[in-house]
Design a protein around this ligand. Structure first.
Ligand code: SME
Length: 157
């Protein structure tokens, strides 16, 4: 997808989530929408921050690891550093947690609402170096839209 594909997806995401006050329903639809829009992706979902662990939330793909400690794996690193992790080859990432042996590259974006980490969005691909800078930028924008809408909910996921 290019920048304009991501811009279109961003406006579709706003339309999809705007009128629904339930955070869990919104997170589930965000994940389903993105999974169906992206090629060459075998797992896509949200890990939610619960105390010191990331816990499996809404996702598409095979059953996955339920609990990840902060600082562990690609997801835990994104959460601990509050920085997107774009990993071209997960086998070269020290401490990578292999949930699905098919996964080769991974993009993990921290989800921050009102300055507070609420979880991460994790996307896995069976192809090495699947995620470009354009993908990173596009997905970060979608996550920012999702987080902005979360801020208006009664509760977070
Ligand atoms: N590979 C991730 C774990 C989550 S699964 O990919 C769904 C990690 O290293 O954090």
């Amino acid at each position: 997808m290019n920048d304009s594909d991501y811009r279109l997806l961003d406006s579709q995401l706003s339309a999809l989530l705007n009128s629904e006050p339930d955070a869990l329903a919104s997170a589930s639809n965000f994940v389903a929408m993105l999974y169906n829009a992206m090629d060459d992706v075998n797992w896509l979902g949200i890990y939610v921050l619960r105390k010191h662990d990331l816990v499996l939330g809404p996702f598409q793909g095979k059953p996955a690891c339920v609990r990840i400690e902060l600082g562990h794996g690609v997801c835990g690193t994104a959460a601990a550093t509050l920085a997107t992790q774009r990993v071209d080859d997960v086998h070269a990432f020290e401490g990578h947690i292999a949930c699905d042996p098919d996964s080769r590259s991974e993009l993990v974006v921290p989800l921050i609402v009102n300055g507070e980490l609420i979880g991460v969005l994790d996307i896995d691909s069976p192809s090495a170096a699947r995620f470009s800078e354009v993908d990173q930028r596009g997905i970060e924008t979608l996550c920012a839209t999702f987080c902005r809408l979360q801020a208006t909910r009664d509760h977070f996921i």
